[in-house]
Design a protein around this ligand. Structure first.
Ligand code: NAD
Length: 492
């Protein structure tokens, strides 16, 4: 791909020169070749970005605009992103190996859709409501934007996960400093171009790509009012500790090790497309995937055979090829990490029935074959830890009670699925699984419904009206007299 190499950071509506010569080298995950270098932010750049977001929140009109006014500007950003949809998909797939068939319908479509969804949702909400007091009088309850947000995102769905935060926070009237991962930076420059072409005022959105040190500086920055983080549980714990000390609101969307419960009446061969999306999507680099496949003993070997044949049938190749189903992993480190887990799975007694290595004839890029393990116990490392690669562990169970117990025997609680020919039976089992979200015969995030984890998978929710509320705080104004009329039009 052709890249215009950026020379600075998008801060205060303009391109700002970096404070240091630090650079990030961008590699093509499918070939390992260098495609660009970009400036890497340092603490002084974060300070400038927070100062701009702070000014935009405290001094400008954005936060006090009525939601309908903000909606117009937000719609203009959605249009600017639509015009750059192809560039976004290309940038993401080049960097993190996401098959372009996926990035073209997630990374380049979901952001604009989320912007329009949240702009409409906020515009339809009253800024103030009047509540009759319990013992007389009236209270005006106001929804106010929470302030300057630090949004820290990972590399696996860099734009989608940015917009899980950006769309609701903009609609709520917040301003933001976004810190993209060093692994996926180019797409954030496409976003910056779109912001510059939109009606979003200067300083409302600022972008400083960099590593952990930069993220840590941003999280603890005195100019920040809320932290919204998506990433690993280890980093989430560190960020949660800092926010706890500062009494700073924080949303943590973390790792997972979800269960795909195959019931004894499931017709898996007719559901393989949905099963793929729920267990292997984005080369296994998706947080909610049900990578522990729980299969009934009565159909265990049949299930392993179906998955083995399926894994072998998948088209592994360059992420930019539209026919690719499984692309490379995002980085050489990520490839090594997944290979280490595969070795550990064997050492613990698991048996590889498909994959396990790199695809034949591939000598560049960070590929790992889609891999199926049978003979796995839920105590094995590959059943307990998030691998973040195309590796499924098939675990046997005797009855539904045991399947639910195994599903719930996890440090995590993010996603999951139940596979069955009887939807009601699937819902009954889904109700018993300890998780933030779960699907029956599919797993598809719905913008209108909350998404997030329990246990080590996180804190708080994104998406749906709950995702908007995460960027609002209420203020109660107590009155002894009944006030004027109910006001949807109250100034913010
Ligand atoms: P990571 O935690 O290493 O990094 C995520 C982001 O946080 C990066 O931008 C990184 O630079 C930054 N960061 C890391 N440590 C930090 C710290 N101490 N302070 C501030 N910033 C810090 O995760 P990753 O490897 O980039 O992403 C993969 C992980 O993200 C997986 O565990 C995956 O499950 C998780 N994830 C969760 C969700 C969800 O919604 N629950 C979605 C996608 C990915």
């Amino acid at each position: 791909m052709t890249i215009t190499e950026p020379t600075g950071f998008f801060i205060d509506g303009d391109w700002t020169a970096p404070s240091t010569p630090r650079r990030i080298d961008i590699l093509d995950a499918s070939t390992g070749r260098a495609v660009a270098t970009v400036p890497e932010a340092a603490e002084a750049d974060v300070d400038a970005a927070v100062a701009a977001a702070r000014r935009a929140f405290d001094d400008s009109w954005w936060s006090s605009w009525r939601p309908e006014q903000r909606a117009k500007a937000i719609y203009s950003l959605a249009d600017a992103l639509d015009a750059r949809a192809g560039a976004t998909a290309q940038a993401v797939s080049t960097q993190n190996g996401m098959p372009i068939s996926i990035s073209s319908v997630t990374e380049s479509v979901i952001p604009a859709a989320l912007l329009r969804y949240y702009a409409d949702l906020a515009a339809g909400q009253p800024v103030e409501e009047h509540r009759a007091g319990f013992a007389g009088g009236t209270t005006i309850v106001r929804r106010e934007p929470i302030g300057v947000v630090a949004a820290i995102v990972p590399w696996n769905f860099p734009q989608t996960l940015t917009f899980f935060k950006l769309a609701p926070l903009l609609a709520a009237g917040c301003t933001v400093v976004i810190k993209p991962s060093p692994e996926t930076v180019l797409d954030s420059y496409v976003l910056a171009e779109a912001i510059a072409a939109s009606e979003i005022p200067a300083g409302v959105i600022n972008i400083v790509p960099g590593g952990r040190d930069v993220g840590a500086h941003l999280v603890a920055h005195p100019g920040v009012d809320k932290v919204a983080f998506t990433g690993s549980t280890a980093a989430g714990r560190a960020i949660g500790e800092v926010c706890g000390r500062l009494i700073r609101p924080v949303t943590l969307e973390l790792g997972g090790k979800s269960a795909s419960i195959v019931l004894d009446d499931a017709d898996l061969p007719s559901l393989l497309e949905q099963f793929f999306a729920a267990t292997l999507m984005n080369n296994g680099q998706t947080c909610y995937l049900g990578t522990r496949v729980l299969a009934p003993r009565s159909r265990y070997s049949e299930t392993v055979d179906i998955l083995t044949d399926f894994a072998r049938s998948l088209n592994v190749g360059n992420a930019l090829d539209v026919t690719t189903q499984i692309g490379p992993l995002a980085t050489a480190n990520q490839q090594q990490r997944v290979q280490n887990y595969i070795s550990r799975g064997v050492a613990d007694g698991g048996r590889i029935t498909a994959g396990g290595g790199t695809p034949a004839g591939v000598d560049s890029g960070w590929f790992v074959e889609p891999t199926i393990f049978d003979n796995v116990d839920n105590s094995h490392t590959i059943a307990r830890e998030e691998i973040f690669g195309p590796v499924l562990a098939v675990i046997p169970y005797t009855d539904v009670d045991e399947a639910v117990a195994i599903a719930n025997d996890s440090d995590f609680g993010l996603g999951g699925t139940v596979w069955t020919s009887d939807q009601q039976r699937g819902i009954d089992v889904a109700r018993r699984v300890q998780t933030g979200s779960i699907g029956v015969n599919n797993y598809a995030l719905d913008f209108c419904s909350p998404f997030g984890g329990i246990k080590a998978s996180g804190l708080g929710r994104e998406l749906g009206p709950e995702g908007l509320a995460a960027y609002q705080q209420t203020k109660s104004i107590f009155l002894t007299d009944t006030p004027v009329t109910e006001s949807k039009d109250a100034e913010q």
